[in-house]
Design a protein. Structure first.
Length: 52
């Protein structure tokens, strides 16, 4: 299994998952969820910017 840890939402390098239709007052970038599947398959984080 791919390991990870829980951290504060505003921590550097934190990845937050949410429903795209969930209202938010914050500004976030959106990425393709295949980032997670590819990271799990490779057992290491992939380059997130490739999944924009």
């Amino acid at each position: 299994a791919y390991g990870g840890m829980v951290s504060e939402a505003d921590a550097p390098e934190a990845i937050l998952l949410s429903d795209a239709s969930f209202p938010s007052s914050a500004s976030y970038e959106c990425y393709d969820t295949t980032f997670l599947a590819d990271s799990i398959a490779a057992q290491q984080l992939q380059h997130l910017k490739k999944y924009r």
